[in-house]
Ligand binder design. Structure first.
Ligand SMILES: C[S@@+](CC[C@H](N)C(=O)[O-])C[C@H]1O[C@@H](n2cnc3c(N)ncnc32)[C@H](O)[C@@H]1O
Length: 353
């Protein structure tokens, strides 16, 4: 079985997806109490350390394991814009250096780094590749759109796959495309209707779409389905916005005074969602108003759009839960990449024999 260490494990989206792909988590680490609580609540088969990664020494790692096949995690790489500028004191690079230090200690056969990416923001790619090449790893880079792998979300992610043996990896084959994308309605259309400030902990209608049935599997109660309160004037303003519409649909007399061009926009029920953010509960967040209900999204709706099953419970307050959901790698995308990388690794090993 492919074993892995998840650095910066958060609530566990990446761990869950890799585990569903047949990988075995052997150690995880984060320094955020709520995310650690969520992680431990949902995974109880391996140690999860609550510590700043910088404080974990080689001797500390040795207490937990002597070997792992992969080190995975999402240290932000955006500070790596040019090869000559990997400044030790650039705070944005601190976590990549810590990831690399862990790779140097554990010397796994492979590593996997994931990052959120805007498609125009690729300046750091070559620098990350050459930084890890100096440590003996050949790096393959892939940019994946979550919706292409069955996630009801258009978010892009960049993945760096390192190989000590010098192997190259390609991207997994897309399983979905325009016409077969999982939509917002497929993802959240069976959840109880809520007004602002309301909550529900029971399903009140049967699941229809296959995706809804898959998300409900093994779960009889709902958690995290609690909508934020909004002022009455805001509810009145957003009630004018149709499915998929935006702030231009709000009459001039009710126009909110602040916000960005994509604030006060409804999700389109028949498309995948745009990237879910920590502000998903607020109508002023990025296109995060429910397609038909006059409110922002609940943490559970965000979790559905990320591909977390309902049986996966998030702990902490609602603001914290929404942040844990938004920070996560989609478990569905992680599973697709996990299956593909495990197969590619075994093909490479067979070819080398
Ligand atoms: C993008 S989130 C990870 C999401 C996670 N991979 C998932 O799929 O759910 C980044 C995580 O890094 C953690 N983190 C940031 N700095 C850290 C540090 N110095 N030591 C340990 N964890 C850290 C944060 O608390 C956060 O949970």
């Amino acid at each position: 079985m492919t074993t892995f260490v998840d650095l910066f494990s958060g609530a566990g989206g990446l761990s869950l997806g890799l585990k569903n792909a047949g990988w075995k988590p052997v150690l995880s680490l984060d320094h955020w109490d709520d995310a650690i609580a969520t992680y431990r609540h949902n995974f109880n088969d391996h140690p999860c350390i609550n510590a700043d990664v910088a404080s974990v020494s080689e001797a500390d790692f040795a207490l937990y394991l002597s070997h792992c096949d992969w080190v995975v995690g999402g240290p932000p790489c955006q500070g790596f814009s040019t090869v000559g500028r990997r400044k030790r004191d650039d705070p944005r690079n601190r976590l990549v250096f810590e990831f690399a230090r862990t790779v140097d200690i554990l010397r796994p056969e492979n590593f996997l780094i994931e990052n959120v990416i805007g498609l125009k923001d690729m300046k750091f790619v070559g620098a990350v590749e050459s930084y890890f090449a100096e440590r003996g790893y050949k790096v393959s880079t892939m940019v994946l759109r979550s919706a292409d792998y069955g996630v009801p979300q258009l978010r892009h992610r960049i993945f760096f796959v390192g190989s000590l043996a010098g192997a190259s990896f390609d991207a997994p084959q897309a399983s979905h495309g325009p016409g077969t994308y999982v939509t917002v309605e497929d993802a959240i259309g069976d959840l109880p209707v809520l007004g602002p400030g309301e909550a529900a902990d029971r399903y009140d209608r049967p699941a229809k779409a296959g995706y809804q049935k898959r998300m409900r599997r093994g779960c009889s109660t709902l958690s995290g389905h609690e909508a934020s309160k909004h002022p009455a004037h805001l509810v009145q303003a957003i009630s004018h916005i149709p499915d998929g519409g935006n702030r231009r649909d709000i009459p001039a007399s009710l126009q909110p005074k602040s916000g960005f061009h994509n604030s006060y926009s409804r999700l389109h029920s028949r498309s995948p969602a745009v990237a879910v953010t920590q502000n998903m509960g607020k109508p002023s967040g990025t296109r995060c108003i429910h397609p038909f209900q006059h409110r922002g999204l609940t943490a559970r709706e965000g979790a559905r759009l990320q591909g977390f099953p309902d049986a996966f419970e998030f702990l902490g307050g609602m603001t914290s839960q929404r942040l844990q959901v938004a920070n996560a790698v989609s478990p569905i995308l992680a599973e697709a990449i996990g299956r593909h990388l495990a197969k590619s690794s075994s093909d490479i090993q067979i070819a080398a024999k």
